[in-house]
Structures are given as structure tokens and as C-alpha cells.
Write a protein that binds this ligand. Structure first.
Ligand SMILES: [Zn+2]
Length: 272
């Protein structure tokens, strides 16, 4: 992508409807990571990008870098599980560890950020309604993964405002536009995640990639001491640049913005 442009890539470990790149985010991640390194790119922690945005890291220190993010915190992030109808799936964490274990592998900055849903009750309902009701949106891996240093556990909201949940105005997140709603979705969620993971989140990923102007322009900029976040991430496609909105960093989404390693390389080299 070149100097001054850092792509943040988004994968969903529950996106499995086949076993090729276009239909399985595990196959995609496994192929993409290798293709990226072969092409001279390398993966860095999200912290490197915010450091760079804050002027604590220069352009050369971020040149050719790529960031990995995993949304929704399904157990497929870290556990090898048999996906009904599609066989055993290597976890995202396992895919990264396999890559790091390859001969001559020297990738000290390898890292990914997993955005998880805080409310245990919401996860139970979403699991029953949209996954398989087998407890595959659990939280017993958060502490170990975060402490391990390879995958940071960060905030994807209190309940994702998921359509499986009862109540008004579900199924979207731009509807979250009051101080009280932001307190629940961001601050209460961060507190819950901290209790379980052992570390307070520093990043927020908007569910559905959606955010209200209130959240971007007032809540996040004005209440830094309350939410404690360094940045918030949306899913507007594009690389992060120094002029990106800190409270709506763009991300590319696997399956929406690319469907093969070649499409990914073209995307981040800006040939599309
Ligand atoms: Zn999500």
C-alpha cells in the first residue's frame, strides 16, 4: 500500500459456507497471510497504527504493514472445531501459529485483534439464534488469548444490538446515539470484558461497522477518560491514513472487499 497507507483487514471466523477462499474466512486467512508476506508485506499490531497516527512512529516504521482484526469473537477464532456440513476448521489463532512455526519464519510483529461481544446473555441468545446453540461464542478463552500476546481481546459492544435480541431498534448500530446507550455499549461492555479477560479494552469496533454522528463526533472525542479507547473502527473500505477519522478508522472486510489472494493484493496495492 506504500508509505502513509495502512490497510486493516477484517475476518469473521463464523463465515464458513464452503472450503475455498471465497466461502471460508479460515481458508482466506491461511492463504492471505502467506500471500502478503511473499509480496513483502508484514502484519503489525493495531497499536502500531495508533502510535503512527499519534506521531509516535514514523512512516518508514509502518511501510508495507497490514493489520489483522477478527470480529464477533466466535470460538472459531481460537479453537479448532467441526463446522456442521464443512468439516474441521483450523482456528484463526492456529492458522497464525502454523505460519509462525514454518521454517525460517521470522515475523516478530505478527498480531491480531479480536473484537468480542461483552454480554454473556446476549452471546447465548445470538449463539442459539444465529449459530448452533453449542456455546461457541464463549468467553473462557479471552484471558488466555489476550495474555498470550498474539491475539488482543477488544470491545465489539455490549450486545452487538443483534437482531436476535428482543427490543426496539435492533439489527443496526447507527441507532445508538445517546450518552446512555453509548455508556452501555462501550463503557459497561469494556468493564465486563475487563472482568473476564483481565485487561481493559483500548479499542472499539462498531457492530455492523455502523456508527452515529453522535458516537463519532461527540461521545468518543469528548469522553476519553470515561471510555479509555485509543480508536474506534468501522468498516468503510479503505486504508488508514494520517487524515483518517480516529473514531471511525476504515477497514477492508474479507468476502465483501476481496474474494481471493490476488484481489487482496490488488486491493491493498490500490490497483482496483
Ligand atoms: Zn460484528
Amino acid at each position: 500500500m506504500g508509505v502513509g497507507r495502512v490497510p486493516i483487514l477484517t475476518y469473521h471466523s463464523q463465515n464458513i459456507c464452503g472450503n475455498d477462499h471465497a466461502r471460508n474466512d479460515h481458508v482466506a486467512l491461511q492463504q492471505d497471510v502467506r500471500a502478503l508476506y511473499r509480496a513483502g508485506h508484514y502484519v503489525v499490531p493495531l497499536d502500531w497504527v495508533t502510535d503512527w497516527l499519534e506521531g509516535k512512529r514514523d512512516d518508514a516504521g509502518i511501510d508495507q504493514a497490514v493489520v489483522l482484526t477478527f470480529d464477533d469473537g466466535c470460538d472459531f477464532d481460537v479453537r479448532d472445531l467441526v463446522y456442521p456440513g464443512h468439516g474441521l476448521q483450523r482456528s484463526f489463532q492456529g492458522i497464525l501459529l502454523d505460519f509462525l512455526a514454518e521454517p525460517r519464519a521470522t515475523h516478530p510483529s505478527m498480531h491480531a485483534t479480536a473484537f468480542v461481544i461483552a454480554s454473556r446473555e446476549a452471546r447465548r441468545i445470538i449463539d442459539a439464534g444465529s449459530l448452533f446453540g453449542r456455546g461457541w461464542i464463549s468467553d473462557d478463552w479471552w484471558q488466555g488469548a489476550d495474555a498470550g500476546g498474539l491475539i488482543a481481546v477488544e470491545n465489539h459492544g455490549w450486545d452487538h444490538n443483534h437482531p436476535d435480541l428482543a427490543g426496539e431498534r435492533r439489527g443496526a448500530f447507527h441507532t445508538v446515539d445517546t450518552y446512555e446507550e453509548c455508556l452501555q455499549q462501550v463503557v459497561q461492555a469494556a468493564g465486563e470484558i475487563e472482568v473476564i479477560s483481565g485487561r481493559r479494552p483500548r479499542y472499539f469496533a462498531y457492530p455492523f461497522g455502523q456508527s452515529s454522528a453522535y458516537m463519532r463526533e461527540q461521545f468518543f472525542p469528548q469522553y476519553a477518560e470515561i471510555h479509555g479507547c485509543r480508536a474506534a473502527l468501522g468498516t468503510d473500505p479503505g486504508p488508514v491514513t494520517r487524515s483518517s477519522d480516529r473514531w471511525n478508522l476504515p477497514r477492508f472486510v474479507c468476502g465483501r472487499d476481496w474474494h481471493s489472494t490476488q484481489e487482496l493484493l490488488d486491493l491493498i496495492r490500490n490497483r482496483k
